[in-house]
Design a protein around this ligand. Structure first.
Ligand code: SR1
Ligand code: MG
Length: 394
């Protein structure tokens, strides 16, 4: 096994060739680095017959910031093992991992070139009628089957050790729950939004609720989460959706994954008036996105409910009343984490293209203000808000 070194394109091609038979012996391989994410190198390796594979390699630091932010290489192992574990439970909606190397922090995986990144496609106004259903199904399956309804205490605790991910959890703890609520140097606040941000820094009531959500994030190991379920972690086409990028995976609150997904559809919906020239197009895309949030929650809650009733192994958790309360708590947590996502993507470090792509400054400020307002409402009203009320708030 060779020591860790960041791959050149040729080395990525060699890694792919060595660990896959897909290219054939006489292939001429070319590789190109095209990663534009926050953390890693991503290469597409192709042969002369257009077969292609992806090599993803962790750098010993966060790519978006540079070497001043060192980051564990173990995240490549975590990512590969979460994807493999989730794929065993729900193969239709997880990218296929062919090989991973813990020393090189590299993963060889399927190239989803016939798909699009959900975030970019939704920003362009495209519709995928099954997206909410696919992600609802994926999250219900993987979160149920890695939780206490089916796993014994010792088995789950062993998995918690395997997916111990303190450094990447710390990023979320800081970026989601801490930075936006104080004048932190990592924040990224447009001048027009400074008064709104300052309001967040003074809002003790809101901060108390965010503290509760952070405490749950730190201390509620309900299931093996994907950990970064935003629309940039989903590849989509008309009849299929596949999840990638699980390096933030760990045992945490189920509502965190659901809320991240809902929060990113909300961000896209709020950005529409600024993204579209034609108001009718914006309204149409907003109503599509609202429909996908409804479809997501209907699919997730029906399926999770069904699984609780039919497949709960632990006799204590077979109690129907407990099961109803458990699901209703997931909904409340999802609203809270969706609210945090709206706020941190508006004033925090890691902002999203949905808002960044709005060219007109006043439209951008309107969308950003709407994101902060809705985020606050979701966090503050999460114990009473229904799905219908959420949709009406948008
Ligand atoms: C420094 S990492 C910033 C963000 O990118 C990832 O995709 C996560 O969402 C993280 O919060
Ligand atoms: Mg990512």
């Amino acid at each position: 096994m060779s020591d860790y070194h960041p791959f050149t394109p040729d080395q990525a091609a060699r890694f792919a060739d060595l660990h896959s038979d897909l290219f054939g012996d006489h292939s001429q391989l070319t590789a190109q680095e095209f990663g534009d994410g926050n953390l890693n190198l991503v290469f597409r390796v192709k042969n002369n017959r257009s077969t292609s594979l992806i090599v993803k390699q962790a750098l010993p630091y966060a790519r978006c910031v540079g070497e001043s932010w060192p980051l564990t290489l173990d995240r490549a192992r975590i990512e590969a093992e979460v994807l493999l574990k989730h794929a065993k439970i729900c193969p239709d909606h997880v990218v296929e991992v062919y090989h991973y190397d813990t020393t090189l922090a590299a993963i060889l995986m399927e190239d989803l070139h016939q798909y699009e990144i959900a975030r970019s496609a939704l920003i362009q106004g495209k519709h995928f009628p099954l997206l909410g259903q696919h992600i609802g199904h994926y999250l219900a399956q993987v979160l149920f089957h890695t939780g206490d309804f089916v796993l014994t205490g010792p088995v789950k605790k062993a998995l918690q050790l395997q997916f111990h991910n303190p450094e990447l959890c710390l990023i979320t703890e800081d970026l989601f729950f801490t930075d936006p609520y104080c004048n932190h140097e990592r924040n990224n606040i447009s001048p027009a939004m400074l008064p709104e941000a300052q309001q967040l820094w003074r809002d003790i009531e809101l901060q108390a609720e965010v503290a509760q959500l952070k405490a749950d994030f730190l201390s509620k190991p309900q299931a093996l989460l994907h950990g970064d379920m935003h629309s940039g972690s989903i590849f989509v086409k008309a009849d299929s959706s596949k999840v990638i990028d699980a390096e933030f995976g760990f045992f945490g609150p189920i509502g965190f994954d659901c809320g991240s997904f809902i929060g990113n559809l909300l961000l896209c919906a709020l950005a529409q008036p600024g993204l579209c020239q034609n108001p009718a197009t914006a309204i149409e895309q907003q109503s599509y996105l609202k429909g996908q949030i409804e479809l997501f929650w209907a699919t997730f809650s029906d399926e999770f409910n069904h699984l609780m009733q039919q497949e709960t192994a632990d006799t204590t958790f077979q109690n129907k009343l407990f099961q109803q309360r458990f699901l209703s708590q997931i909904w409340q947590d999802s609203l809270g984490y969706a609210g945090c996502e709206l706020i941190r993507r508006t004033v925090g470090l890691a902002q999203v293209a949905d808002l960044k792509k709005i060219a007109d400054q006043s439209q951008k400020t309107k969308a950003e203000t709407a994101a902060l307002t809705l985020g606050r409402q979701l966090i503050m009203q999460r114990s009473s808000l229904s799905l219908t009320e959420l949709i009406q708030l948008i």
